[in-house]
Design a protein around this ligand. Structure first.
Ligand code: NAG
Ligand code: NAG
Length: 150
């Protein structure tokens, strides 16, 4: 009886405290889609936390680039993107945070399990998976990013 109770409280505590642990080890994608006009390329460089950066990608018009990963506790993937052909206009954003709240509020849920970002002329959009609409999340800036590795 006592053991069951302890077990119960442990499970209760665990489920309340670690609700986001349901996400851990699930597979997820981030996809970035170049919808700039005039056939412009999009330059992409993403990083996971303070970890290694992805290769720099030059994505052709209408191309889609995907990172495929597993969610670990405190997963944070952020991206710098630049608009061609001069790569002056820039945007920096958190493309994925391993929290239900982020997945729900920003990406519109886990069906399908992808956060789909879209670069357009006026800024960076994200799709709401549940309804399929795109929302403007940030506008291009011309800041010189200090986060670039090259
Ligand atoms: C996630 O990416 C993988 C590998 O590119 C792909 O096979 C899978 O269909 C993608 N899933 C979604 C929901 O986009
Ligand atoms: C870019 O600069 C503007 C104004 O200088 C600032 O408000 C904004 O936060 C900066 N954006 C980024 C992504 O650093």
């Amino acid at each position: 009886m006592g053991k069951t109770l302890i077990c119960f409280f442990f499970l209760f505590f665990f489920s309340v405290q670690k609700i986001d642990s349901l996400l851990v080890f699930r597979r997820f994608n981030i996809s970035i889609w170049n919808r700039l006009s005039g056939g412009k390329k999009l330059m992409i460089n993403c990083r996971q936390g303070k970890g290694e950066a992805t290769d720099v990608v030059f994505l052709p018009f209408n191309g889609q680039w995907t990172i495929y990963f597993r969610i670990y506790p405190r997963t944070l993937i952020w991206c710098n993107i630049w608009k061609g052909p001069d790569y002056v206009q820039h945007a920096h954003f958190n493309a994925f945070i391993g929290k239900e709240s982020f997945i729900h509020n920003v990406c519109g849920g886990r069906k399908p399990n992808v956060c789909l970002w879209q670069a357009q002329e006026d800024g960076v959009y994200v799709r709401n998976n549940a309804v399929g609409t795109f929302k403007l999340m940030l506008k291009w800036d011309t800041n010189i990013s200090t986060n670039i590795l090259f």
